[in-house]
Design a protein around this ligand. Structure first.
Ligand code: MF3
Ligand code: CO
Ligand code: CO
Length: 297
């Protein structure tokens, strides 16, 4: 059989879209980002926007910046600093990298990062009045927009020397995210993730927050689908290659119930118990998953 010679001439002709650029510099490039046939079904049926190779590269870059900022934050955290100091560091480093802090002015949220201490489940607002003290635990949640693409990740850090309860809840939350991620594979279901997390966390005598869930991310801050951190195996949408979402279990040492403080953001455990969270942005791949905010748990 004769191999057909590649027709290279078409690459250099003016693009038919009318941009005036050569085809190879214009619409041909978008072919690299082509999505599979089932992408339309996921969009119309579930409002899930699958990501192509170029999208994934861009989200990864935002993800690398996120991890870099989390690492810098870890260096800064010690007894005596304020959560405003963390906001300043995160804000400045995001701007320095020509990115935008997604949380700033998001639905009225006033800061560039969320800092959630001890019984604060999530969305703690940085303040110069809040001073970290030895034995605290603090979740720092960072979400830059780089070249229009969002990444979202968080970690809980120890301030000084942790007590036994702090160690218990932080290590349980860390393992919960690990197990949630390990449940991700194409052909699996959204419910597999929540099931793995809930089984483990409740088995450890802890509880799983229901009101806040993981979410699609990348083109926007919060996209479809929702990723609950509780649930049943094989339930919910089937996971497929090209889905990008967060898993971000919030695990309480006591009961699962919460309340929102009068600032309308800060979510705290109703029983005042310690709570911890880790979050990563991940991609469903051909064989499993990949971290787009690549830090080891
Ligand atoms: N980063 C959070 C998440 O994981 C969302 C924070 S929204 C804010 O989804 F407005 F509170 F900052
Ligand atoms: Co987040
Ligand atoms: Co998130």
């Amino acid at each position: 059989m004769i191999k057909k010679k590649a027709d290279k001439t078409g690459r250099n002709v003016p693009c038919s879209c009318g941009s005036g650029k050569k085809f190879k510099k214009c619409c041909m490039i978008s072919k690299k980002n082509q999505l599979p046939d089932y992408a339309n079904k996921y969009l119309s049926r579930y409002q899930i926007r699958l990501k192509g190779p170029e999208d994934i590269r861009a989200i990864k870059r935002a993800g690398q910046l996120t991890v870099e900022i989390l690492d810098m934050t870890e260096e800064l955290i010690k007894p005596g600093i304020t959560t405003q100091d963390i906001d300043k560091l995160v804000h400045e480093h995001i701007l320095k990298n020509k990115a935008i802090p997604a949380t700033l002015n998001y639905k009225g949220y006033p800061k560039s990062v969320c800092t959630s201490i001890n019984e604060v489940i999530c969305h703690g607002i940085p303040s110069s009045d809040v001073v970290l003290k030895d034995g605290d635990i603090i979740n720092v949640d960072v979400t830059p927009i780089l070249n229009g693409y969002f990444a979202d990740a968080s970690k809980t850090f120890y301030v000084g020397e942790p007590g036994d309860d702090a160690k218990k809840i932080v290590e349980t939350a860390r393992n919960a995210l690990k197990l949630g991620m390990d449940a991700v594979k194409p052909g699996g279901a959204v419910g597999d993730i929540g099931h793995a997390i809930q089984q483990y966390a409740e088995g450890e005598g802890c509880s799983v927050v229901r009101e806040f869930v993981g979410h699609g991310v990348g083109f926007e801050f919060h996209e479809s689908p929702q990723i609950p951190h509780y649930g049943r195996r094989r339930e919910g949408i089937t996971l497929i290659q090209g889905m990008v979402f967060t898993i971000e279990p919030m695990i309480n040492l006591g009961k699962k119930e919460l309340k929102i403080l009068s600032d309308k953001w800060t979510a705290v455990t109703l029983d005042g118990s310690l709570t911890a969270q880790f979050e990563q942005t991940i991609l469903v791949t051909e064989n499993g998953f990949e971290r787009l905010t690549p830090f080891e748990l």
